[in-house]
Ligand binder design. Structure first.
Ligand code: NAP
Length: 487
């Protein structure tokens, strides 16, 4: 317990609403238990985040984070200020009734919109706490620092609520995925943001200025929607990650406003990790962060991409593909979004095991933005019990393609588009891609000639060493398994 004292002191300082007090002065026995549970929860969150950085320990990371959340909830439920539990029990039941199906029934391919709608809930909670706190406390007696934290919480919370709702609508195809723009939109958004910050400044200078509080909240709601509407569907996962960061910062500000340490810590972790993830995703697409947010990518990209007019594709049958795979000594599998849609990961592993039994070597090449969220392919392949040591990151495997007899592309498109290396006019020029085209032969499995997420043509499909295997990934792989067995 003695090791916890410095941390509890820090918690006491925060609980003392910006006027540090001694641990004993602030905490009774129950409050001490609450603060101890917050410290334990925060440690679980940090260890959980660390474990999430590797596929081998990711499941442990999620369990640790869930245990942390349980500790934080239980710690909060025992605080002395709670006078009755009716509403709380109602809220817990409602939350569980919504959260359980969201966690168990939503398919992996719909994960980005699932996260977007969860963000709406999280940000709504932070906003409502901020509004309740502003209405509940006497604004006249409110210290400026608290007004600043409350204002920041409501500003970011409102912005995240509408932003993530629009992101959900675009990802779920309720709203058009293309960028919805008008002339001078970025300037209007910038002006609105400056206006909202100005209103926040008025609130901090005079916490009794309720008009500024409500006007700021209304403006932030409008900014959230108008900030996300001009961003194309293809960039929505980056935006969701950024909104995640905003929701974290709003939760952090809530922590300061109501003197809750676990909210400060968890919010800061969420805010920082969401921001870092957005930057990692932008980098993997070779786009600047500013270009993702303000470039309206996806509106006119198809026009600037090379056309495939005059080029022809060569297809092959499952029997021919099976012969190539059955006799190959090295196969590199490139999974993409189509594998996730088809839920073909288990059949992929079955096929790989068959090839290995016939003496071939099989490796999996994982592009950082294959699929629709970071780690999407790793999660699916791990679920199908593909050994982690067979999954290679792009930088690790790219040099091996020339030695591969077959590059087997399963529902991937943009992440193997050679235009990213060779065509300076391509919108994805400069994006690091998997060099599948450098393999001795390439088999591309997809249903037709539809473009990928970026909406552009892919020259790989027309290359001399490429053969298309048209069909749903799962059905085709099942056929391949039967055919390879028969060899
Ligand atoms: P992709 O470029 O979106 O292409 C997926 C391909 O799968 C499509 O061309 C589609 O062609 C095919 N497909 C769909 N359903 C299929 C099925 N049932 N069976 C077989 N094929 C199927 O996918 P990707 O190569 O994985 O690239 C990911 C894209 O998402 C990149 O542009 C990336 O920048 C973007 N993105 C990813 C993230 C992330 O974090 N992962 C974040 C933001 C953006 P058919 O319809 O012809 O079958």
């Amino acid at each position: 317990m003695s090791a916890l004292l410095p941390l509890l002191q820090a918690a006491a300082d925060a609980a003392g609403e910006f006027a540090p007090k001694a641990v004993g002065e602030v905490f009774g026995a129950r409050a001490l238990l609450t603060q101890a549970s917050y410290v334990a929860a925060s440690v679980c969150f940090m260890l959980g985040l660390k474990a999430l950085t590797k596929p081998e320990s990711a499941r442990r990371g999620i369990r640790l984070a869930a245990a942390g959340m349980l500790l934080a909830v239980v710690g909060t439920l025992i605080v002395e200020e709670i006078v009755e539990y009716h509403w709380i029990v109602g809220g817990l039941l409602l939350g569980a009734a919504i959260g359980y199906p969201l966690g168990t029934r939503v398919p992996m391919t719909a994960m980005p919109q699932r996260i977007a709608i969860s963000l709406t809930f999280g940000a709504s909670a932070a906003t409502l706490v901020g509004i309740a706190e502003y209405l509940h406390r006497s604004a006249a007696a409110m210290p400026r620092a608290q007004a600043a934290a409350l204002g920041f919480e409501v500003l970011l919370g409102c912005l995240t609520v509408t932003g993530s709702l629009v992101a959900f609508g675009k990802l779920h195809e309720i709203l058009p995925g293309r960028p919805l723009t008008f002339r001078g939109q970025n300037l209007v958004n910038l002006g609105a943001m400056i206006g909202a910050l100005g209103l926040w400044g008025v609130l901090v200078a005079d916490p009794t200025a309720a008009w500024a509080f409500w006007a700021m909240a209304a403006l932030a709601l409008a900014i959230g929607a108008s900030f996300v509407l001009p961003i194309g569907g293809a960039d929505m996962p980056v935006v969701v990650s950024l909104l995640n960061s905003y929701a974290g910062l709003a939760a952090c500000a809530t922590g300061f406003a109501i003197g809750n340490t676990v909210l400060i810590i968890a919010g800061a972790l969420d805010g920082a990790s969401g921001f870092i993830l957005s930057i990692i995703m932008s980098k993997a697409m070779n786009r600047s962060f500013g270009n993702v947010l303000f470039g309206a990518f996806g509106g006119t990209t198809a026009a600037s991409a090379k056309s495939a007019a005059g080029l022809t594709v060569k297809s092959l049958t499952a029997e021919d593909a099976a012969i190539q795979l059955g006799y190959a000594s090295k196969v590199i599998v490139i999974p993409g979004y189509g594998m996730a849609v088809a839920q073909a990961q288990h059949v992929v592993r079955e096929l790989a095991e068959l090839i290995e039994r016939k003496g071939g070597e099989v490796k999996y090449a994982i592009h950082p933005v294959a699929g629709r969220m970071p780690g999407h392919m790793n999660v699916l392949l791990a679920e199908a019990n593909v050994p982690y040591d067979r999954m290679y990151e792009m930088e690790e495997i790219n040099d091996e393609f020339p030695t591969a007899d077959v590059a087997l592309v399963i529902g991937a498109n943009d992440v193997v588009n050679p235009a990213a290396r060779t065509d300076p006019t391509s919108p994805i020029y400069g994006m690091p891609v998997l060099d599948a085209d450098r393999a001795k032969s390439v088999i591309v499995m997809k249903r037709g000639m539809s473009a990928g997420f970026a909406g552009i043509e892919n020259e790989l499909f027309y290359a001399d060493n490429t053969r298309m295997l048209f069909g749903d990934a799962k059905q085709m792989l099942t056929k391949l398994v039967t055919e390879v067995k028969a060899i």
